[in-house]
Design a protein around this ligand. Structure first.
Ligand code: SF4
Length: 713
């Protein structure tokens, strides 16, 4: 018998829907009629067809062990180009997970904003939160509950004090009070009773059909009746799909606010819509990013709309979004669409591309580098030159600070979570920089640079932020310079095969890449501030490669930072449209694999590579990550994640070097082919290997076989 969600003390009741199929699946009616144990039940008014229609995708659940069924589809996305804003792909967030921490915090925000918009928040007396699938299975280790509840208090993921999150979470649990919309304007929020043990539901064995990372929010009035409910999905990289708020018609009729029809509402009309931006309200998204208008634009512009390839139907989710390679007519469609866009409203991307092939066509046709093309698209999203530079500068600063934060941490510090993992970046960095003097590279940079703003010590507003500052501090620290210990030789000294004496191995480039990447991921694992690049789990690779480029190779950081970030963003967009950047859909190849590919292409761009060579570097970067599983031990974004980022950064540089030393145009596998392969691989990958901690490393280390997602209440 299918398990139903019930409020404590509730009973299973027959659904009042006239549709047997819906009645069999509908949980909302059960909620509505059982919310108040002992209370006389009230006959709800029949749901309107619009409500039913909205609920179809959001009220069904599928059993986890029947996980191969993927009934959801981002239908509108099938016709979409790949262009999103760089500042949605790279966004400032908190650790440890973009899909399990950043997304849920944003989802909580969206739900509250929707209640405010519908004038319902003031009537809320009780809230019920359920998390499903991968979110439930690794939620505790990924700090999902704290992020989600802080999101319901309207904390902003980009600015919230990261040290405040665990404190406030503990307070909510202890006081059994939750202040919905706490960060909104005075008087807009509402404090309610919230019993974490009762009102926060872990649906470990079930998932909602659209995506593994599902959340269901339901609010009740003072009499225990449902006011509204919504399902939201964290689809990777901090992006959230809003399933559309469903409001009890009884409430709707008595509300002083007119709820608009589906078609006219400012609310997302299609589940795919806000996959492409990270704003709480659509109206705030760059360029008013929405599917409908652009679908028409593309259809009108291209005489022969490209059909989805056979493989596109395979993944059965957002990944099957109709990617089209060059051989399938994608070039023409994109270039035609681009031509049409000249007469389109300014918010539309000036150079819409669907895949790598059409991206290269546009670059060649208009004599633009990939970075230049993405820059132009950002301008057509409405950003000024200054805003683009400021935003890129902010991204780089957060990346750099996330490295600094970790290498400055005490060497013996332990990361949060049941693994009790030691931080390694502080000691690695100290060993690497021993004997170096602090350089004065910052003094030589322009004072007004968005990439190198003044620190507090220099009269600016930023905290101390540079590796040289770190080095100076470390050199002054007691015991900073220590004598090397003579290591004990292991093995029989009188054996014909003499044991090797311990020697110090130093591979400077690899060592720096390693420490930079691990530093970011240790900051992430500690719940610190990082940039989703494109996700939290893989947040170390791009900063590591960029930092190495800036510190050791670049003759012009002012040029190379934007070039790197914008090129990486273009490649990330291709994966987001053509496959996935969600580990819950594609395992670790969707996180570390994609980040490696992005960094490889971006590094090649900074080395002056052509668009074709950049594409080749990106292809090599993903090709050798295909099939990489996600099986974090203990559900924590620590093992294998932290080391995996270090290896991903090294692999990115190797990939770029291989491409740079190859003859352009001779490669047999194109990036679009590899993205298609990734999509097929994701489809074939078992759910146990998709961010669930149900197999692989998570269950193979006997003494580390720690139960995950056990609420610590
Ligand atoms: S194994 Fe990879 S995808 Fe999974 S949590 Fe770690 S970094 Fe993310």
């Amino acid at each position: 018998m299918r398990k139903l969600l019930l409020p404590r003390g509730g009973t299973i009741l027959p659904c009042r829907s006239s549709s047997p199929a819906l009645a069999a699946r509908c949980q909302l009616h059960t909620f509505a009629t059982t919310a108040k144990p002992g209370q006389a039940r009230r006959q709800l008014a029949p749901w309107r067809p619009t409500s039913i229609r909205r609920l179809r995708l959001s009220t069904t659940t599928s059993r986890w062990d029947a996980g191969e069924e993927e009934t959801g589809t981002y239908s509108e996305a099938d016709h979409e180009h790949a262009v999103i804003s760089t500042f949605d792909l790279f966004s400032v967030g908190i650790g440890p997970s973009s899909s399990h921490t950043v997304g849920p915090m944003r989802a909580g925000n969206i739900f509250i904003a929707d209640l405010v918009e519908a004038d319902l928040l003031r009537r809320v007396h009780r809230l019920r939160v359920s998390i499903y699938g991968s979110l439930a299975l690794t939620g505790e280790g990924h700090m999902t509950p704290s992020a989600l509840l802080l999101g319901l208090e309207s904390a902003d993921v980009g600015t919230v004090d990261t040290t405040h999150v665990p404190e406030r979470f503990a307070e909510i649990k202890n006081t059994k009070k939750l202040f919905l919309g706490r960060a909104l304007a005075r008087g807009a929020g509402r404090e309610i009773d919230f019993d974490y043990g009762r009102d926060f539901i872990w649906e470990w064995g079930r998932k909602l059909p659209l995506h593994s990372n599902g959340m269901r929010f339901t609010v009740f009035d003072a009499d225990g009746y449902v006011l509204a409910t919504n399902d939201l999905f964290s689809v990777g990289g901090g992006f959230v799909v809003n399933g559309a708020l469903s409001i009890n018609p009884d409430v709707q009729e008595s509300s002083s606010v007119t709820i608009k029809d589906d078609a006219a509402a400012a609310h997302p009309a299609d589940l795919a819509e806000n996959m492409y931006y990270k704003e709480i309200r659509r109206s705030d998204a760059a360029g008013g990013r929405k599917t409908g208008a652009e679908v028409k634009l593309l259809d009108d512009a291209s005489a022969t709309p490209a059909p989805p390839p056979p493989a596109a139907a395979a993944l059965g989710s957002g990944a099957d979004s109709g990617d089209v390679s060059a051989t399938e007519g994608g070039d023409d469609a994109a270039v035609d669409a681009e031509a049409a866009s000249d007469s389109a409203p300014s918010q539309k991307p000036r150079y819409p591309f669907h895949n790598a092939s059409s991206l290269l066509s546009l670059c060649n046709k208009h004599n633009l580098t990939i970075a230049q093309l993405v820059y132009e698209n950002e301008k057509s999203h409405g950003y000024t030159d200054e805003e683009i530079y400021q935003k890129l500068g902010r991204i780089w600063q957060v990346m750099d600070d996330s490295i600094l934060e970790s290498v400055q941490a005490p060497e013996d510090s332990i990361l949060p979570g049941s693994l009790k993992l030691h931080r390694r970046a502080p000691a690695l960095y100290k060993r690497l920089t021993r004997g170096l003097y602090a350089s004065r590279t910052r003094d030589a940079t322009p004072a007004s640079s968005p990439f190198f703003p003044k620190t507090k010590a220099e009269g600016g507003s930023l905290p101390q932020s540079s590796s040289t500052t770190t080095l100076a501090r470390m050199q002054g620290a007691p015991g900073a310079i220590s004598r090397r210990q003579h290591a004990r030789v292991h093995g029989a000294l009188d054996h014909p095969i003499a044991p090797s004496p311990t020697r110090r191995t130093t591979f400077p480039a690899m060592d720096y890449l390693t420490v930079y990447a691990m530093a970011v991921n240790e900051t992430n694992a500690a719940g610190g501030r990082i940039v989703t690049a494109p996700t939290n789990g893989a947040a170390g690779i791009i900063p590591a490669v960029l930092k190495y480029t800036i510190e050791f190779l670049s003759d012009d950081p002012e040029r190379d930072i934007p070039t790197f970030l914008l090129t990486a963003a273009a490649i990330g967009m291709l994966y987001k449209r053509g496959a996935t950047i969600s580990a819950a859909e594609g395992g670790c190849m969707a996180e570390v694999g994609v980040a490696c590919s992005m960094a490889a292409g971006a590094f090649a761009a900074c080395m002056g590579a052509s668009p074709e060579t950049i594409e080749q570097a990106a292809e090599i970067g993903i090709e050798h990550n295909l099939g990489l599983t996600c099986d974090p031990v203990g559900g924590l974004v620590q093992a294998p994640c932290i080391e995996r980022n270090a290896l991903g950064a090294i692999k990115a540089i190797s990939s770029a070097n291989l491409a740079l030393s190859s003859v352009t145009g001779t490669q047999k596998i194109r990036l679009d082919d590899a993205i298609r392969a990734m999509r097929v691989t994701a489809k074939g990958m078992r759910n146990e290997f998709k961010e669930t901690s149900l197999s692989g490393l998570a269950t193979s280390v006997p003494f580390l076989n720690i139960p995950v997602s056990v609420p610590d209440c």
